[in-house]
Design a protein around this ligand. Structure first.
Ligand SMILES: [Zn+2]
Length: 373
């Protein structure tokens, strides 16, 4: 193993060794460790506290002569799941090319690769910015808090180091979860005529939601979809239910806003139905012929030997929150994790992909310097 590969493996294993399972999201120690490594690489780190126990980091280096290139990553992970793990999820076990651990793919490996790339390329014209967030897995909470605090750095383009097998992806669908509440009036189950049965009232809406078609599509993202995910009504068999609730999972595409979708569903549901938004993350899309996206994709292809075809991720990322708040800059989702590994039992990242990712990030930093000339 070369010295660089050794550093990268060590750093990934170190980040994996912190238990940052979210919830509850105890990212502080891991964040402090990452901040120290960024400071060693010449970054000025600002910790933005969201609560007594949680903070995200915005780090910048060498800004002043143009806009920086920004790297984005999150340090929380999903829970381990119910299935037993063969490997200790926090040990960073290595078997051949595999490095195991919760968060190895999603996305501590990516974070390690860009920290070391920034260290290896100390001078970047235009500068470099890093946004390290907490609470991504529960709906981009940390990124949202950073936006609310006005803490985001200026940047000219952004790389989100999520799991893509080192393929540059142009975005992902949006997600909007809505809860519909139909109200009735309760009564004893033996005298249903005295009540107003909320389940019965909700039936027509249930059918309409189950067959709802957002009628939007995108040449690369495909069709927007809707899924009626849950129905809850009534408390016990011998009462007339006074409430029936349904939740709908909308996956949107670029070109249609969640406000438009919600307005259509409000008309469909009628004025009596209360609609509540549970999650609202817009679609992310960067044009493949955006000058930076095109150039960066060519840089990646030169290293991986794989020519990029326009494609998108099937998960959401912090870019849903960061991209619109940072002036809709071009974004590539590009990281060493395997596309099928996030949230899996015995999650792993391939060491060869980690090393390749660091080379890619270094090349993109060098390209950024060239672009600023
Ligand atoms: Zn992730």
């Amino acid at each position: 193993m070369t010295r660089t590969a050794g550093n990268l493996v060590d750093l990934t294993r170190k980040l994996v060794s912190f238990d940052t399972i979210n919830p509850p999201g105890q990212e502080t120690d891991c964040m402090e460790f990452a901040a120290a490594r960024l400071e060693e690489a010449g970054f000025c780190c600002t910790r933005h506290r969201h609560s007594d126990t949680r903070f995200s980091i915005v780090a910048t280096r060498g800004t002043g002569d143009g806009l920086p290139l920004c790297f984005s990553g999150h340090l929380d992970t999903v829970p381990l799941g119910n299935a037993p793990w063969r490997h200790d999820p926090f040990a960073g076990d290595i078997e051949g090319d595999h490095l195991f651990g919760r968060g190895s793919s999603d996305m501590k490996g990516g974070v390690a690769a860009f920290i070391l790339a920034c260290q290896a390329v100390p001078r970047v014209r235009g500068g470099v910015a890093v946004v390290l967030s907490v609470g991504e897995e529960t709906g981009c909470d940390g990124a949202r808090w950073l936006v609310e605090a006005g803490a985001l750095p200026p940047a000219g383009a952004m790389i989100v180091a999520e799991s893509t097998d080192n393929r540059p992806l142009l975005g992902h669908k949006g997600v909007c979860w809505l809860r519909f509440r139909v109200q009735g009036r309760t009564a004893h189950g033996a005298t249903p005529e005295l009540g107003e049965n909320a389940i019965l009232k909700a039936l027509p809406l249930m059918t309409r939601l189950a067959t709802f078609d957002p009628e939007a599509s995108h040449p690369i993202m495909g069709r927007a979809t809707a899924n009626l995910g849950t129905i809850h009504g009534g408390i016990n068999t011998n009462s007339v239910p006074d409430r029936c609730e349904m939740t709908l999972d909308l996956r949107s595409v670029a070109g249609i806003t969640h406000d438009e979708l919600r307005a259509g569903l409000e008309r469909l549901a009628g004025p009596e139905v209360r609609i509540e938004t549970l999650l609202d993350l817009p679609a992310v899309w960067s044009e493949p012929d955006d000058p930076w996206c095109a150039r960066a994709s060519a840089v990646v292809a030169e290293i991986t030997g794989v020519t990029a075809t326009p494609e998108v991720a099937n998960y959401f990322t912090d870019a849903a929150v960061l991209k619109p708040a940072m002036g809709n800059i071009p974004v590539l989702i590009l990281g060493p994790g395997s596309m099928d590994q996030p949230h899996s039992t015995d999650e792993f990242v391939l060491i060869s992909r980690l090393i390749e990712a660091q080379s890619i990030y270094e090349a993109l930093l060098a390209d950024w310097t060239g672009a600023a000339d």
